[in-house]
Design a protein around this ligand. Structure first.
Ligand SMILES: [Fe+2]
Length: 181
């Protein structure tokens, strides 16, 4: 568990002890089942969709999403008070877990490069992420954020927390993708 807390110092922001530990446990389980190590996550690019020149690591991107989601929730609270309530613990757990399923989606090729594996082709990370999270007892409002954070979530009604995580994720992804054009 120490490795997970080193990878994710943001876990300490989750106030509810049980939720914090369950969230950490999902990452521990994913690392046990993945071909990727914690060190790989600090090295591999955060997406396979932006070509070989992307120098932003998986962890730098994922942690940025958590920071941006948290700051956004604080500003929403500051300006809208109770008009748009945000559950910070739910938001943080969902943001920390939104891409955990990628650990099952990726395989390493012979050069050590992360590529999408067979499992990931059938079950993208929003699905494998929910599966891992439910196995660790995460509540449905957190699983919902994982399920809805990517394009698949456009088909359903997102909670406020899921909207925030979705936009934090995409605002730090789409500009990199656009850069290719
Ligand atoms: Fe994602």
């Amino acid at each position: 568990m120490e490795e997970v807390f080193q990878l994710w110092p943001e876990l300490e922001w989750i106030e509810d002890k049980e939720l914090r530990e369950k969230t950490g446990r999902v990452w521990k389980l994913a690392l046990e089942r993945s071909v990727l190590t914690a060190e790989d996550l600090r090295r591999i690019p955060f997406t396979l969709l932006c070509g070989p020149d992307l120098n932003v690591s998986f962890m730098d991107h994922k942690r940025a999403v958590v920071h941006i989601a948290r700051e956004s929730a604080l500003k929403i609270g500051e300006f809208f008070n109770d008009e748009l309530p945000v559950n910070m613990d739910t938001l943080l757990a969902g943001a920390i877990l939104c891409d955990v399923g990628k650990l099952l989606e990726y395989e390493l090729d012979t050069d050590g490069k992360a590529v999408q594996g067979k499992y990931g082709k059938y079950l993208r990370h929003p699905f494998s992420g929910v599966s891992l999270a439910e196995e660790c007892g995460l509540p449905p409002e957190v699983c919902h954020i994982i399920a809805a954070h990517a394009g698949e979530g456009d088909m359903i009604r997102r909670t406020t927390e899921a909207y925030i995580v979705h936009h934090a994720d995409f605002m730090t992804f789409l500009p990199f993708k656009e850069r290719l054009k």
